[in-house]
Design a binder for this molecule. Structure first.
Ligand code: NAG
Length: 345
């Protein structure tokens, strides 16, 4: 009996060991530079869209959004990163087929996440052959012209994050602690609803940064939140500069059902935004349920700050806009004119 037990125990330990080893191998394999394209030959004129997908009920919306991205000239390919482990393989095969026939110029593919870690969306991928990637959600629609414009802005600011949705960190003076909030006049955190970043940063996030970065990635796993905040920390630290907020002509946010954010707790609930500003104004009146979301995000900021021993987040001010309709007014000869007219004459 004792023999049988020890034999069982032996096999149990061996199985665990081989499992741990294969997990190790898998992540170190992804961080093996030899498996990835040489960063110097990545193409600069297009980007790869990495879109998170999770909810089967939202597949029709995902298909329409993916098809929109695939028609944008500066998009080289669209990869749907499927994060829901309980979705049947058959559904994904069908989705993959449906997407391939609805793609315009850029091909669309579906990849199932190998782990349910939130860090998985930032894993480096051998299939990415562009210098930039756009990280986005399957429930946010941005008009193609604004996506093109954001890519142009990124092209001249390659070490920064460029995106359409911004939040802030701040210090709560009474509590003497870091908090997560929204400011009207400045921002320091871009959300992964849509952000463009250097492909190289995926590698840095997943494979570099030593013990501190490992500990912070572990924190993301444990809190099941804040991978976007950690990316903002890393990129701001890298360039000692904040992100760039771009104004979208049209953005529609259908809300996020993951992380319990869907039921009024999250950042958006399927509302049309005529201007990002209006949305942000509404969010300032945060309900107590949303307060929970905000508190958890504040906790992440405090944890990352504690682990790093410094606060790398930097503020950006104002937003870059493409359309004359959103132009600021400038004073010229005692009269108010559109600012670009002032520059032109
Ligand atoms: C694929 O397309 C067919 C036909 O339009 C539709 O019935 C089916 O639900 C789609 N499935 C997925 C997973 O997209």
């Amino acid at each position: 009996m004792a023999n049988k037990l020890s034999l069982f125990f032996f096999f149990f330990v061996m199985t665990c060991l081989s499992l741990v080893c294969s997990l190790r191998q898998r992540s170190s394999h992804l961080c093996d530079r030899k498996t990835l394209p040489d960063p110097r030959i990545l193409r600069a004129d297009q980007m790869t869209v990495l879109m998170n997908g999770y909810s089967e009920s939202r597949i029709p919306l995902l298909r329409s959004i993916a098809a929109t991205y695939s028609a944008i000239p500066s998009v080289s390919s669209v990869v749907v990163l499927w994060g829901n482990p309980s979705t049947p393989a058959q559904t994904l095969i069908q989705l993959s087929y449906n997407l391939s026939i609805s793609s315009s110029s850029a091909p669309i593919s579906v990849v199932r996440h190998s782990t349910d870690s939130l860090n998985a969306r930032f894993l480096p991928r051998p299939s990415v052959t562009t210098r930039a990637v756009a990280i986005c959600d399957d429930d946010v629609e941005i008009d193609p012209k604004s996506v093109e414009f954001a890519f142009r802005v990124w092209t001249s600011n390659q070490h920064r994050l460029v995106g359409f949705f911004a939040r802030s960190h701040d210090i709560d003076l009474t509590e003497r602690t870091w908090i997560y909030t929204v400011h009207h006049d400045k921002y320091s955190i871009l959300l992964t609803k849509f952000m463009i970043l250097k492909t190289e940063y995926l590698y840095k996030y997943s494979c570099e940064g030593g013990k501190a970065m490992m500990e912070m990635r572990e924190r993301v796993n444990r809190m099941r939140n804040c991978e976007d905040i950690l990316m903002n920390f890393m990129v701001s630290e890298e360039g000692n500069e904040g992100p760039i907020l771009v104004g979208a002509e049209r953005a529609r946010d259908w809300g996020d059902g993951r992380n319990g954010e869907g039921e009024g707790e999250g950042e958006g609930e399927g509302r049309e935004m005529e201007g990002e500003e209006r949305k942000r104004v509404r969010e300032v009146g945060l309900s107590s349920r949303r307060g929970g979301h905000r508190r958890r995000r504040g906790e992440c900021i405090r944890e990352f700050h504690r682990i790093l021993g410094r606060m790398p987040l930097r503020y950006g001010y104002g937003k870059v806009v493409n359309s004359v309709g959103e132009q600021g007014l400038c004073e010229k000869g005692g009269k108010l004119v559109f600012c670009d007219q002032q520059v032109a004459k």
